[in-house]
Design a protein around this ligand. Structure first.
Ligand code: GLA
Length: 648
């Protein structure tokens, strides 16, 4: 196993003399691999049909001589000005039909035939030239698909969306049925009448919105697969990847993960936010979970400050290493940065890098060199596998459906999933992230927040989990619609109701906590001697076999069940008729963990310390700004960490 260390390398921004210095300093820093040429299209191909390989040959050979491997980019994320000038129809458009013009990056409509042809020509030439180069150990396709420009509404998108819909539904009547187009006179008589969800007078068809999001994720993935096929056709055998962005809404990474040889991910938590390490931990757990048993790579992070937030705080001394260990502890076999050498010009010149503009006298450089040496000395680690006994469900289809407007309350799916995650993370209990149809064997507890859109396969899987002895927690606003965002016959909870032993009458929206409007904003309920605060929804449910573990206290549902349990088969199915706040999630999770015999990775740790197991390696990391004392009397300084092996 190689623990990769390095960053994006953009030598085209520098004269040749600097490249020699780069390789020398990379060696000093312990760099093993660089992601080369991610935005170098205009330098590789100065005109259509014309390629300039000389500089790239030189750089790759130099790196190779220096013992530095190359993650070779396909450079398709920023088409050059000659391309967009010759083929302006490749430019994307927003929902108002306004064009995204060149001058930045990612100025391409994913469905554009011209973009696809030009990208294919570039990748073919690159792959044929470097497929067998001994320096190339990985292929980096495009960059952060969907970033900046989440959705394209251009005519190219319209044509492709229609074809996607025709392939899915075959007949326009099937689409009319699925979309419920008899509402508001939306019935189509031909696929040609369908446009992407552009600006409309009022709320658009929710099933159409949902399909457009599915189409967008599929279309971006199609681009990745096009490039991957070209790379393989050229005889390249190295792993092919593209860098993910944590839980990124426009791309269903469950679907994408199947096509990745290795998962790679980018991470930019805000150093100003003392809690940002928890969301970062969540994303890293997601990356491990996307492809269990396969090491993944942290492809990008900053060594220090960013450039793109309103204020860009520096990372504290040691924080870069602590956040890197957070990834390694969760199965990463590589720590990479954006970027190797800080740019001297352009939009990102204030973005930190491994080699700062202020040079090698800096703390950043010292930390980069020190951490490189530390990684090189790290013992062999087991592949991140199934070390968690608790799983949290994250489902993109449901996310997209929940994003549609016109619901009883606005629910931020990711924030609510992360609320559960954070509550459990504070208890030092290890978590995998799963999709509702994942194999749930081996988990003791599965938490499924707000599974509004629930397919029959997913419902059957969750029910089977509980019946076979698992503890399943379903929370408010779940099992409401089918895959077309339409109600099923028979009310709500039509699939899970029997397992949960309840039925749902109404949603009972609450005023947003902290909002200034009148009305009930909190729905407290009692739970073994404590009071849990429910927010956003206080549903009116009826017991139909389940027992109430907690009942609402006060407010319009005073005395009605809020938290229920139903024994099913060898397991238990819990239902929460509201959405607890942070402390409430912690209390509910703790109660279920006690019943399911779930234990933390390590006992007695302070709140700011996280504990993660990777096979026989347990890593403790202090993300707080104070030195903490561990139960064995050892101390961890701010951003200090320790990796212990079982039996040590
Ligand atoms: C993203 C991109 C990089 C760079 C960094 C800056 O992750 O992939 O090219 O722009 O952001 O933080």
């Amino acid at each position: 196993m190689t623990m990769h260390y390095g960053g994006d390398y953009n030598p085209e921004q520098w004269p040749e003399a600097v490249w020699y210095d780069d390789v020398r300093l990379m060696r000093e820093a312990g760099v093993t691999m660089v992601s080369l040429g991610i935005f170098a299209w205009s330098r590789i191909q100065p005109a259509e049909g014309v390629f300039d390989w000389e500089w790239l040959d030189t750089v790759i050979d130099l790196l190779h001589e220096g013992g530095i491997a190359v993650d070779l980019a396909t450079a398709t994320a920023s088409p050059p000005p000659w391309a967009t000038t010759a083929y302006p129809q490749m430019l994307p458009q927003d929902e108002n039909g306004a064009t995204y013009w060149p001058g930045s990056r990612q100025q391409f409509a994913p469905s554009s035939p011209e973009y696809r042809r030009l990208a294919a020509e570039l990748v073919t030439a690159l792959a044929e030239r470097y497929a067998k180069h001994p320096a190339v150990v990985m292929w980096h396709v495009n960059n952060e698909y969907g970033c900046h420009l989440n959705y394209d509404y251009s005519d190219n998108a319209a044509v492709a969306f229609r074809a996607w819909l025709a392939a899915k539904y075959e007949t326009i009547d099937a689409l009319n049925d699925a979309w419920g187009t008899d509402f508001w006179s939306q019935r189509y008589t031909s696929f040609e009448q369908i446009v992407p969800p552009r600006k409309a007078p009022y709320s658009r068809n929710p099933a159409g919105e949902l399909d457009f999001k599915r189409f967008t994720s599929d279309t971006l993935l199609e681009l990745f697969l096009m490039e991957k096929r070209i790379i393989r056709a050229a005889g390249a055998t190295q792993p092919v990847t593209t860098n993910f962005m944590g839980a990124f809404p426009p791309a269903d990474y469950w679907r994408w993960a199947r096509e990745m040889d290795v998962i790679t991910d980018d991470n930019y938590p805000d150093p100003n936010d003392p809690e940002s390490f928890r969301a970062s931990a969540f994303a890293r757990d997601l990356m491990r979970s996307l492809k269990p048993e396969t090491p993944w790579i942290l492809m990008e992070q900053a060594t220090n400050a960013l450039n793109w937030r309103p204020t860009n705080a520096p990372k504290a001394p040691g924080q870069m290493a602590a956040l890197s260990m957070q990834a390694i502890a969760r199965g990463a076999d590589g720590i990479m940065f954006f970027q190797w050498r800080q740019s001297r010009a352009g939009s990102e010149k204030f973005h930190s890098a491994m080699l700062p503009q202020a040079g090698t006298r800096t703390r950043t450089w010292r930390e980069v060199v020190d951490f490189g040496a530390e990684l090189a000395a790290l013992p062999e680690l087991p592949v991140g596998a199934r070390d968690a006994h608790v799983a949290i469900v994250l489902d993109w289809q449901n996310w997209w459906a929940l994003e549609n407007p016109d619901h009883p309350a606005v629910l931020d799916y990711l924030a609510l999933v992360q609320r559960w995650y954070a509550a459990i993370h504070r208890q030092h209990v290890q978590v995998d992230i799963v999709q509702p149809t994942s194999d749930l064997t081996g988990y003791g507890v599965v938490i499924a927040p707000q599974l509004y859109l629930l397919t029959s396969d997913a419902a059957a899987n969750l029910i089977a989990f509980a019946e076979s002895g698992g503890h399943l927690l379903v929370t408010a606003f779940s099992d409401i619609v089918d895959e077309n965002d339409a109600f099923r016959d028979g009310g709500y909870l039509t699939q899970l109701g029997r397992t949960l032993g309840i039925w749902l009458e109404d949603f009972g929206a609450l005023v947003v906590p902290g909002g200034d409007g009148p009305g009930q904003s909190a729905a407290p309920f009692d739970l073994v001697g404590t009071t849990v605060t429910g927010t956003l929804l206080a549903e009116e449910i009826h017991l139909d076999g389940a027992a109430a573990l907690g009942r609402f206290v006060g407010g319009r549902l005073d005395g009605r069940p809020a938290f229920t349990v139903n024994p099913v088969g060898a397991g238990r199915a819990y239902y929460l008729a509201t959405i607890p706040d942070d402390e409430g999630c912690a209390a509910v999770a703790a109660a279920i963990f006690a019943a399911a015999d779930i234990h933390p990775v390590a006992f007695g740790l302070p709140d700011t310390v996280e504990a993660i197991r990777r096979g026989d390696a347990v890593t403790l990391i202090n993300h707080g700004t104070h030195t903490v004392t561990l139960p064995d009397g050892a101390t961890l300084e701010p951003f200090g960490y320790v990796m212990l092996r079982d039996g040590e």
